[in-house]
Each structure stands twice: as structure tokens, then as C-alpha cells.
Design a protein around this ligand. Structure first.
Ligand code: FAD
Ligand code: EPU
Length: 335
């Protein structure tokens, strides 16, 4: 069913109230095609869980919420399988299903909000793993030709919070399903420091994939706001990747500034740390602000507009530029 002038507040985790001219859900490719045919000249937005978008104005076009389901295991060998999931599956439920099947590879990505179909968009990552590490392929509907195309990892051009779908092919495809190559002989990744210490707190010496998932859930729950309680879209900015010389300069004044390896000649800085140093952590402006436990997360305490969040993000960018000479880039998709 297609609705008109639909309030999108319930469809984005920032809880921003804007209106979409037209709105429908689809759970099959036929329903997708039918909805598009009704409004051939309108701008189109595919939404999953709405957990990585900021609406700054009403959407003058057709919003389609992806609800394609499916979970299929194939190509089982001694130590690997291919798991294909419908793009409208809830990511965290999908991860838990894989863990229940004894399939390793996604446990570090537990509790990331959103849908399976959005996971390749920005190559979601957390706690030392990105989906590119276990990605096999995806199927996507090409809007202009009506064909279904298959993409392997190389053609997705994954990078840090990046893919070809956010860049060159932006707005050209609807992702229908994603396949992952998972392992039945787990090669656990506990290299991210907080996981080790959380497992120790839990008294676990020989972790299973379920233990890793539980540790990640505990860490995430302790510092990231639950969007059901406080509107947010996770990290609002990317961690900036800058020249080593820029990091060396910052370390002269702040010897403890967190920084991590990146491509040759560059290092990644922690945006949350930069924002905290500039005095923004926990700052509230009317009904929105910077989260008190994670400065990388901007929050809507209720009733904020997307424009207010955008203005706050612009003020933060200007302040970090002035203090550190580093330009932050927004991670969230701005609409
Ligand atoms: P949406 O917000 O609905 O869409 C995001 C973008 O993808 C939009 O441009 C949309 O048009 C497009 N899109 C969505 N589905 C499709 C499709 N099927 N075909 C084509 N285009 C599509 N991200 C991380 O990487 N790591 C984290 O640790 C992390 N933690 C988070 C914590 C919190 C509390 C929150 C709120 C967010 C977090 N995120 C994190 C961001 C977010 O969860 C991910 O980006 C997630 O993949 C978004 O999924 P979604 O279905 O909600 O996407
Ligand atoms: N830090 C601060 N102050 C803060 C926040 C962080 O000093 O307010 C410092 C921490 O002490 C640590 C460093 O910054 O030294 C990194 O912090 P953390 O481990 O919390 O990770 P992050 O860089 O803030 C990134 C991702 C998250 C992902 C976590 C865990 C980005 C933009 N964000 O956050 O992804 O869950 O690592 O892997 O890369 C998202 O993309 O939405 C997201 C939540």
C-alpha cells in the first residue's frame, strides 16, 4: 500500500519528523517494480532501518522501505559456507542466526542497527572487523535497466565506511540480497583491546563466537545510546585519515592522542577524542547535543529538527578545524 505525506519519524533512528510525498514497503522485487512504476519521475529513496540517515527537510519523492526476507545456507565445505540473506533482514537478528548455526565471521559486528541490505553501503565495521572481510557477493536491482546485477567484493570497491554504492553508483541500485562466506572453524578476532578486557570481566578464557558476540554487545551497550531511547545514528563523523606529519604535530601537544595505522604515509585519528578535547562531549543545545559517553555520536533528545543537528555538526567541524587543523567528514547520509 502506498501512503501519501507520510511522517518518517518512526522510520529513522534519529527520530526526525519530516514528511515523504509517497511511502511504501516492499518485500518482493515485483512490489518494488510496481511502486516505482506508479511514480516514474519521482526521486527515490530506499530505506532499511533508517539508522544511518539524517533528514534535514521533507522528502519530495518516493520512499521505499526494504522488507525482503530470506536466510539460505549453501556451498558447504569442510570449513566454509555461503550464507545469503534478504536485504530487508534485520542485521543483528541475521548475525544471531549465523551464530546459532555455528557460523563464524560476523560475531564482532553484533548489535549494529539496520538492515542486511545497507551493510555493504558503507562496509559496516566494528571491533576489528568490516563486512568486506567476510563478504562474498550481492545482488542488486539496476533501476535504469531493470536488470539484476551481481557484485563481488572487488566490484563493491570497499573502503573505510565506503563502497561504490556511496560514490560512483550512488542511487543507481537497490540491493536485494547479500551473501557472506562464513566459517565453521572459527578464527576468533579478539584483537580489539576492549574485547579482551570484557571477556576477562566475564571470566571467559576460551571464548566461543557467542561469547565474543556477548562481549561486543556489552561494550556497545555501555557507551552507545540505544536509538529506542535517544535518537541518534551512531558515529556522526568518520575517523579522519590524515598525513603522518599532521599526527606527529598533534602528538607534540597531546602525547596520548589515539591514532591507528592506515594506508602508507597516513594514520587514522579518533574523531571522538578530537571532539572531546574541543569541549563538545556531553554538550546539550536545547533538545539535541553530543552524547555524554561517546563524543562521536550526536543525539536528538526529542523534537530536534535535522537542520539543528546539521548546524551542530557544522559547528563541530569548524571547531576541530580551528583547534587541530583536521577536517572531519560526516559519516551519516544527509538528505
Ligand atoms: P539506512 O539508514 O536505512 O540507509 C543507509 C543508506 O543506505 C541510505 O543512503 C539508503 O538509501 C541506503 N540503502 C539502505 N538499504 C539499501 C538497499 N537495500 N539498497 C540500496 N540502498 C540502500 N555502522 C557501522 O559501520 N558500525 C557501527 O558500529 C555502527 N554502530 C551504530 C550504532 C548505532 C546506535 C546506530 C544508530 C548506528 C550505527 N551504525 C554503525 C550505522 C548504521 O547502523 C549502519 O550504517 C547500518 O548499516 C545502516 O543500516 P540501515 O538499514 O538502517 O540503513
Ligand atoms: N574517544 C574519546 N572520547 C570519546 C570517544 C572516543 O577519547 O568521546 C577515544 C577512545 O578512548 C578511544 C578512541 O577514541 O581511544 C576510539 O574510540 P572507540 O573505540 O569508542 O571507537 P570510535 O572510533 O569512537 C569506531 C566506529 C564505530 C565502531 C567502534 C568500534 C567510526 C566512525 N566509528 O568508533 O562505528 O562501533 O569504532 O569498532 O569508525 C558507526 O560507524 O556508527 C560506529 C558506531
Amino acid at each position: 500500500m502506498i501512503s501519501n505525506n507520510q511522517d518518517l519519524k518512526a522510520y529513522n533512528t534519529f527520530g526526525i519528523s519530516v514528511s515523504a510525498s509517497h511511502f511504501a514497503s516492499f518485500s518482493t522485487i515485483e512490489e518494488l517494480k510496481y511502486a516505482i512504476q506508479q511514480f516514474p519521475n519521482e526521486e527515490l529513496l530506499i530505506l532499511g532501518g533508517g539508522s544511518n540517515v539524517l533528514f534535514t527537510k521533507d522528502f519530495k519523492g518516493l520512499v521505499l522501505r526494504n522488507e525482503i526476507k530470506g536466510f539460505e545456507i549453501s556451498d558447504r565445505t569442510v570449513d566454509s559456507v555461503i550464507v545469503k540473506a534478504g536485504a530487508g533482514e534485520v542485521w543483528h537478528e541475521f548475525v544471531l542466526n549465523c551464530i546459532d548455526e555455528g557460523l563464524a565471521g560476523l560475531e564482532n559486528l553484533s548489535l549494529i542497527p539496520g538492515s542486511v541490505g545497507a551493510s555493504p553501503m558503507q562496509n559496516i565495521g566494528a571491533y576489528g572487523v568490516e563486512i568486506k572481510d567476510v563478504f562474498h557477493s550481492l545482488e542488486a536491482y539496476h533501476l535504469s535497466s531493470g536488470e539484476i546485477h551481481t557484485f563481488d567484493a572487488k566490484s563493491c570497491e570497499f573502503g573505510y565506511r565506503e563502497s561504490v554504492f556511496k560514490r560512483k553508483l550512488k542511487g543507481q541500485y537497490v540491493i536485494l540480497s547479500v551473501s557472506f562466506k562464513l566459517s565453521s572453524n572459527p578464527n576468533l578476532n579478539t584483537s580489539y583491546g576492549a574485547i579482551e578486557s570484557e571477556l576477562k570481566n566475564m571470566g571467559i578464557e576460551h571464548p566461543t563466537i557467542k561469547d565474543i558476540s556477548n562481549a561486543v554487545i556489552a561494550i556497545r551497550s555501555s557507551k552507545l545510546p540505544n536509538p529506542k531511547e535517544i535518537g541518534n545514528a551512531g558515529s556522526f563523523f568518520k575517523n579522519p585519515v590524515v598525513d603522518e606529519t599532521v599526527v606527529a604535530e598533534i602528538l607534540k601537544t597531546y602525547p596520548d592522542a589515539p591514532n591507528y595505522p592506515a594506508e602508507p604515509g597516513k594514520r587514522k585519528l579518533a574523531a571522538g577524542w578530537l571532539i572531546e578535547q574541543a569541549g563538545w562531549k556531553g554538550k546539550t543545545v536545547e533538545n539535541h547535543g553530543v552524547h555524554k559517553l561517546q563524543a562521536l555520536v550526536l543525539v536528538n533528545y526529542g523534537g530536534a529538527t535535522g537542520q539543528q543537528i546539521w548546524d551542530l555538526s557544522s559547528a563541530i567541524i569548524a571547531s576541530i578545524e580551528a583547534k587541530f587543523g583536521v577536517t572531519l567528514e560526516r559519516e551519516v547520509n544527509i538528505l
